[in-house]
Design a protein around this ligand. Sequence first.
Ligand SMILES: Cc1cc2nc3c(=O)[nH]c(=O)nc-3n(C[C@H](O)[C@H](O)[C@H](O)COP(=O)(O)O)c2cc1C
Length: 366
Amino acid sequence: MEPLNVRDYEALARAKMEETAWDYFAGGVEDEFSVTENETAFRQVKLRPRMLVDVTQRDLSTTVVGTPLAFPVILAPTTYQRLAHPDAELAVARAAAAMGVVPCLGTGNHYSIEEIAAEVKVPLWFQPYWYSNRTIIERLVRRAEDAGCRALVATVDASYPGRRERQLRRKLIVPPDIEQRNLVGIGLEEHPVTLPGATQPIIAAAGGFIALTWDDIAWLRRLTRLPLLIKGILTAEDAVMAVEHGVEGIVVSNHGARQVDTVISSIEALPEVADAVGGKAELVLDSGVRRGTDVLKALALGARAVMIGRPFLWGLAVGGEAGVRQILEIFRAEIDTNMAQLGRPTIASIDRTMVKAPADWTRTAP
Ligand SMILES: Cc1cc2nc3c(=O)[nH]c(=O)nc-3n(C[C@H](O)[C@H](O)[C@H](O)COP(=O)(O)O)c2cc1C
């Protein structure tokens, strides 16, 4: 069967991947209710198509914090991509370059920032993980700046590991051919910290997780002139704090339901965040995006783009660089077709009137 959509790639990846690695990609926390909910919540948003609009010419291009995108999809930072394919982040970056979108590199990637920057001429974003010693974070940030990265993404919802029961049951032993080259020689050996119960042994052993507060965001903001996005915000209250701390962007995300179960889904959180931010920061949404219509709903409710995580990992597992490119082509085609169906020929023509969402999604306080 010729794979036509992202779900087809999910099935192919599952059949191909070793079970422990599959569980690492697919899993959430505890009962994993939110893994499903992240996807089904999009169904609560209904589309309102407009007729008799000339949609013969469509333009899917946009920008996020100044970075151009051929269409509004960004590849989310994910650790251990090499579990899917030996070319890992290199393949992902090449596919992104071919399609005109941005990969967000992660600290825990196999290939280093410099290796990827040397390979592809595409704007890169970088997600520095937090370590208890700020010198290490500063070194990572300087390397991202020197390599020409166009934005930093500070993840704030993973300073403590969630209870990922699939991983606790079936321990992921990271194969020796998977390295974390960004961390080699960065000084971590001087600051080893292990955290009891950590489910991500390498990261925990390498640097540990820290008690993160808004002071750390203020510090990071002062440290760099690169556009800063804060990833993992789900409430109006935190969105206001983020704006007060001078970030250029907010990634409305529940980390693909990998941190807390029965959490609010990102699409449900988006309207209240958008209202609270009032255009003072640019919004990106991730968690559960599987269709072009999901992307368009996120745009209608206030995001400028989405990040996808698992879908491109499925593509990577199935076909390496070509597989990731196919996933991106599917998203682009679905976005394009549905923009035509909805009478919205440009990204700028998409607004809240394109959707009907549950009224209480804009309510901020419980
Ligand atoms: C296997 C895997 C590894 C991840 N690693 C990271 C990471 O290192 N840093 C980070 O900020 N988010 C990480 N995430 C979360 C993604 O960036 C993103 O928020 C999430 O995957 C989006 O949900 P989706 O998978 O439903 O698209 C990871 C997600 C997955 C599935």
